[in-house]
Design a protein around this ligand. Structure first.
Ligand SMILES: NC(=O)c1ccc[n+]([C@@H]2O[C@H](COP(=O)([O-])OP(=O)(O)OC[C@H]3O[C@@H](n4cnc5c(N)ncnc54)[C@H](OP(=O)(O)O)[C@@H]3O)[C@@H](O)[C@H]2O)c1
Length: 331
């Protein structure tokens, strides 16, 4: 196994790939934990990696089942830093209990237990979610911040959003109990993104843009009508990656929200403003994704890290622009 200073889980994903590219650019030597050798080969041979001049700083390790005790024991050997992004998103193709809820919690618990056995580890950054602090269903009269906590929800779960929400709540609560009880020698940073949108660096054609959460935004500008309302809270993928990497820095610990309040259907106003030709020729059509208001306030992160989050309009421009580029149309 090659030596590395940073272990990243979930680097094949939308946010994880952006974090991986940023980490390589910042000079980290990265070990990416992947589910299979095929996934690893696809990752390592991606044009963004091979063109980065940093491909030699990336190595791979297979972790086929993150829910297995000791899953990360080998992967974590010798690293100083860990960024843990691997977890299932809400998906109708997964069993809510075993495919969404359990891997969200077990993935975090196996990782923390492995980290506590490896003395080289100094920092663990965990990708949580605004769902971890938000009671389900959300109550818009309550302000939520990165410090808000929700008690564990009793399962079992037979629908996907409650399973995901309970998984993120359970993983966060597990993390805090683990720190209090085990007092590990490493520091933990929790990052709380909203729905993440922006250019997907993995995508090589327009179809691949639907692999991640960008498909929700694309639905709202390509004439689709979503059956279920979604809670407010949006995050530019660049900001999500920036906060994860900032979490590795000396002195950073605790909880960082990275989300702005939004309304999904404002995407239509943004494409009308920025892409009038694509609206006129019918490439973009008004869709409908209803929004459940949530009063999530992540301003403290902007203060602490001294930058301003990108807006929902920025996210729409980037996603719609990449969609046009990859469809061979003028952006
Ligand atoms: N996207 C959002 O809107 C959003 C918002 C808040 C928080 N988050 C959190 O951010 C993290 C990354 O999300 P993303 O948007 O990048 O998702 P994504 O594109 O679906 O990527 C998920 C990553 O996790 C891995 N993964 C999924 N299920 C797994 C399992 N059961 N065992 C092992 N690995 C598994 C995937 O590996 P494969 O490539 O092998 O499938 C992939 O690398 C997740 O923890 C997610 O909950 C996402």
């Amino acid at each position: 196994m090659s030596s590395a200073d940073l272990l990243i889980t979930g680097a094949t994903g939308f946010i994880g790939f952006k974090v991986l590219l940023g980490a390589l650019q910042e000079g980290y030597t990265v070990r990416a934990a992947v589910r299979s050798s095929e996934k690893g080969e696809t990752l390592a041979s991606h044009p963004k990696i091979t063109a980065s001049n940093k491909a030699d700083n990336l190595s791979l390790i297979e972790v086929p089942d993150i829910t297995r005790d000791g899953a990360y024991d080998e992967a974590i050997k010798g690293v100083t830093y860990v960024i843990h992004l691997a977890s299932p998103l809400p998906s109708p193709f997964l069993d809510p209990q075993t495919g969404i809820y359990e891997p969200n919690i077990k993935g975090v618990s196996t990782l923390l237990v492995s980290a506590s056995k490896e003395p080289s580890v100094k920092k663990v950054v965990i990708t949580s979610s605004v769902f971890a602090n938000t009671p389900f269903p959300p109550d818009p009269s309550q302000e939520i911040t990165a410090e808000t906590r929700v008690p564990d929800l009793p399962g079992p779960f037979d629908s996907i959003l409650p399973a995901y929400s309970a998984g993120k709540i359970g993983a966060l609560n597990f993390t805090e109990r683990f720190i209090n009880e085990k007092k590990p020698s490493f520091t933990v940073v929790n990052v709380f993104p909203g729905f993440v949108f922006g250019r997907d660096d993995r995508a090589l054609d327009a179809k691949e843009l639907y692999a991640g959460t960008n498909r929700i935004l694309l639905g709202a500008i390509t004439g689709q009508s979503a059956p279920n309302p979604m809670p407010a809270g949006a995050t530019h993928v660049d900001d999500a990656a920036k906060v994860h990497l900032a979490g590795l820095k000396e002195g950073m610990s605790g909880n960082f929200g990275v989300t702005t309040v939004h309304d999904f259907n404002d995407a239509w106003t943004a494409v009308q403003k920025h892409f009038p030709e694509a609206v006129a020729d019918g490439t973009f059509k008004q869709g409908n994704q209803p929004t459940v208001p949530v009063n999530w306030n992540a301003h403290q992160t902007e203060i602490d890290l001294n930058f301003t989050f990108k807006t929902y309009e920025d996210m729409v421009v980037d996603v719609a622009g990449q969609y046009l580029e990859l469809s061979g149309k003028k952006a």
